[in-house]
Design a protein around this ligand. Structure first.
Ligand code: HSE
Length: 439
């Protein structure tokens, strides 16, 4: 049977994994897809690497350093974009679409920021843009959200969707080490990039969350409205205090449908240690989805790496191969909802978000201090759920108070924090972390 031809843009880690798995499992994949899927051309700036990985060029595969030639190649049916970033990758994807080619991409940044434009172009041209590999690597979460859970009104999603930060947090908790020390170790082991900013500041997680939120709620991509806070300022003491209170701290991406709008936020979050997702350690990813019919479902696996991500890229290649002869209107819509049915639901600013809070403050250890603080909290309608006070060390005049609150609107917590920080018995800034019960 005539193979479907793939043009692969980028043969780095994921591209190399895609080449390997597609060849190793060719027979099984052909049985599933209904026809062979063949990488007929590979473009990479590093031609030597392309030769090494493919063993080519040969009668079966062309190698080039000109990606624009691939998206214009009349023999190519599907373009796999594994270059990353928003620059040339965006141009190539839009050109491929303009030339009537289907696109498979792992590029979360591109879709979170320019997805609306890309999907509109694909819609006009009647081509597919598939992106399973863009979120949580090998975990088929896009398939689950877009198809498996399609009967549900999805209520919320909470995910550990960045392996680098989960590795760092696991090490900080296990070994009681500071963030900077663990980051260096993660870089030495190759878990963290030389420039780790996108990972540690939560940007990578926010890209992935933006994509999941769009599919879950049928809204356009709105990365610019996401609240993004990373883990670089997280103090190892708070991980310890959280543990004493029965919680773990994870960098969670949370998106929730509320009566007032959609929450879209990434930040360090306390979660009860007894939850399955709280026990996802190291570089692993996990996504918890709450649907009204199915209840909670949890997806766990490797969120990065050559073959896990290739697994998702190839799943998309099989889907596109099966569906490319179908009428465009009979395919699964890009964002799960029909394009003319996308809702204009607003994304809530962080001040309007309602959740629970962990507050740590340094105070003088004398009568009336706690009463002053609880009075301010009561004035803002903030109810305390749990509290610990560290016993002051010998001769110490100050101590730490840690409080957990019940559900509260963030702007009320911020107003209370301003007033508490101005009390003469309180030293320095309060530490505020958000807490999710995930029940
Ligand atoms: N850098 C990401 C992570 C993997 O650490 O999970 C690619 O999105």
């Amino acid at each position: 049977m005539k193979p479907i031809n793939v043009g692969l843009l980028g043969i780095g880690t994921v591209g190399g994994g895609t080449w390997t798995v597609l060849n190793r499992n060719a027979e099984e994949i052909t049985r599933r897809a209904g026809r062979p899927i063949r990488i007929s051309v590979v473009a990479d700036k590093n031609l030597e690497l392309a030769q090494q990985v493919t063993g080519g060029p040969s009668a079966n595969v062309k190698l080039t350093d000109d990606a624009f030639a691939v998206v214009a190649d009349p023999e190519v049916d599907i373009v796999v974009e594994l270059i990353g970033g928003y620059g040339v990758a965006k141009e190539l994807v839009l050109k491929a679409i303009e030339n009537g080619k289907h696109v498979v991409t792992a590029n979360k940044a591109l879709l979170a920021v320019h997805g609306n434009e890309i999907f509109a172009a694909a819609q006009r041209k009647g081509v597919m843009v598939a992106f399973e590999a863009a979120v949580a690597g090998g975990i088929p979460i896009i398939k689950a959200l877009r198809e498996g859970l399609t009967a549900n009104r999805i209520q919320w999603i909470a995910g550990i969707i960045n392996g680098t930060t989960n590795f760092i947090l696991s090490e900080m908790r296990d070994k009681g080490l500071a963030f900077d020390v663990v980051l260096k170790e993660a870089q030495r082991l190759g878990y963290a990039e030389a420039d780790p900013t996108f990972d540690i500041e939560g940007v990578d997680a926010a890209h992935k969350l933006t994509i999941m939120s769009a599919i879950a709620f049928g809204i356009p991509m709105q990365f610019d409205k996401a609240y993004v806070e990373g883990i670089s300022k997280l103090d190892a003491q708070d991980i310890k205090y959280a543990e004493q209170l029965g919680y773990r701290i994870k960098l969670l991406g949370i998106t929730r449908r509320t009566a007032d709008g959609v929450e879209l936020r990434v930040h360090p979050t306390l979660i009860p240690a007894r939850r399955l997702i709280a026990n996802v350690e190291g570089a692993m990813n996990a996504v918890l989805v709450q649907g009204d019919a199915v209840g909670a479902t949890l997806y766990y696996g490797k969120g990065a790496g050559a073959e896990p991500t290739a697994s998702a890229v190839i799943a998309d290649l099989v889907d596109v191969t099966r569906m490319h002869t179908a009428d465009p209107e009979h395919r699964v819509p890009h964002l799960a909802f029909q394009p003319d049915q996308l809702a204009d639901i607003k994304v809530l600013p962080i001040g309007e978000v309602t959740t629970s809070y962990y507050l740590r403050m340094r105070v003088e250890d004398k009568p009336g201090v706690l009463a002053d603080i609880t009075r301010i909290l009561a004035d803002q309608q903030i109810s305390i759920d749990a509290m610990i006070q560290r016993e002051p060390a010998e001769g110490e005049q100050q101590t730490d108070i840690i409080m957990l609150t019940h559900l509260t609107r963030e702007k009320q917590v911020d107003a209370a924090i301003d007033r508490i920080e101005s009390l003469p018995v309180v030293t320095g800034k309060l530490i505020k972390l958000r807490l999710e019960s995930l029940s």
